[in-house]
Design a protein around this ligand. Sequence first.
Ligand code: SF4
Ligand code: SF4
Length: 518
Amino acid sequence: MLDDREVERLEVEAVNSARTRQPLYTARQKVFPKLASGRFRQFKWLIMLITLGIYYLTPWLRWDRGPYAPDQAVLLDIANRRFYFFAIEIWPQEFFYVAGLLVMAGIGLFLVTSTVGRAWCGYTCPQTVWVDLFLVVERGIEGDRNARIKLDGAPWSFDKLWKRTAKHAIWLVIAVATGGAWIFYFADAPTLLGAFVTGQAAPVAYITVAILTATTYAFGGLMREQVCTYMCPWPRIQAAMLDENSLTVTYNDWRGEPRSRHAKKAAAEGLSVGDCVDCNACVAVCPMGIDIRDGQQLECITCALCIDACDSVMDKIGKERGLISYATLADYQSNMAVATDPVTTAIDPKRVRDDEGKLNAAIAHFRLGRIFRPRTFVYAGAWSLIGFALLFALLSRDRLEVNVLHDRNPQLVRLSDGSIRNGYTVKLLNMVPEPRNFELSIEGLPGAAMSVVGMDLPESRSITVEAEPDKLKTIRVYVRQPRENLADGQSFKFIVVDKAGSETDSYVAKFNVPEAGR
Ligand code: SF4
Ligand code: SF4
């Protein structure tokens, strides 16, 4: 165990300190986050690998849909107006599934934020993930915090020039790969890659990659924390979703204050000191350039790296971990009430410790039960409800649709034998990627029969229509009813049945007769 005097103290100022907040239009002060190590950093590495892996590799996954559909597992085929997601194929009229998923994502974000604060910002937001990736490159070339600060302040030399050139070159490669991966979601990835590198791709592909390359490079490499602080609306919105039982990264000043760099000396002098040794490790690792000890701040993305930094300091000086921790406002306030001297209203660290120097029993710790409260039940309920509704709709949806348009002009034709003929445009939608034979029949309309324009078949009440895979089949149909069966206000059904399966659909149509037609 180290004496608190042996803990390394870092000379670092919070550039975004709540105490010294800068006016809006001042030059950015650079942030040089130190590499943190600990459980939250490990977890963030894992999330980074998963999210980047999903983003870059998904367009290259194949999914066999047979010879009539693309074999890319996830494909937004704008030209043919289809969205493929593994075994699911979404047609334009079914886009409510995607809308439903977006609503679920929104409610899921509410649920997560009300429960564990800005976990989205701290772990999975693309801005966070790409900044982390760019920082990996920066640290790999320029070194950790101190080396980067030194290099930044050094005059231009060969060493600085090659390091800066290499860093920006790799950033640009990442940015191009990021923009490139995006366009692969919209066309067959191997084909598009070949066309792209040989200059054969559509101009929109090059424009999209150029825009995404520029934004990735600028947001991830140059602007970093400014995107979260100044451009993103989420920090402002999330405040409405937090309550006193939401978990947020908290500096527990009820045990940390009064902070001291010379705790042993202060204690020997009879002064009461808290656990914070004012080493600034938490400030040095913060990618947002803030000091969590200033309290909750809009800039904090709850990445928890300051928890890792502080925990390792607490380990070194033999104190309990958790001086900075995920805590609820309710627990924090309760612990502050324990720590505050009622007379002086100052924090007295002795009040939170027992005779053995351990945190006493009055100190509240997070309990899992706090997550379950009306707000989270409502969010979880709405999320599940929409999820089940979408799943049910997906599993029970038809892959066959029939639509019918009655001829407007003429509405009817009287034939030489006195029978009446009506014309219809019948649209058969085959929504599976394989050819199908449909039986089209009419139900009702006594004595009537139909014929299909362009098909040399005798009149019948039922015909077979071949439909191409994944296509709309349009046919012109004449329905004729003998004179003796004519009646006013007749309607009947076109019924379509998949001959190889059980799928069926129908459409109720009207049969027009002349006013005094019989
Ligand atoms: S204060 Fe802590 S949790 Fe918040 S952004 Fe900085 S390091 Fe992350
Ligand atoms: S809160 Fe922890 S990491 Fe931050 S200065 Fe105090 S002891 Fe160091």
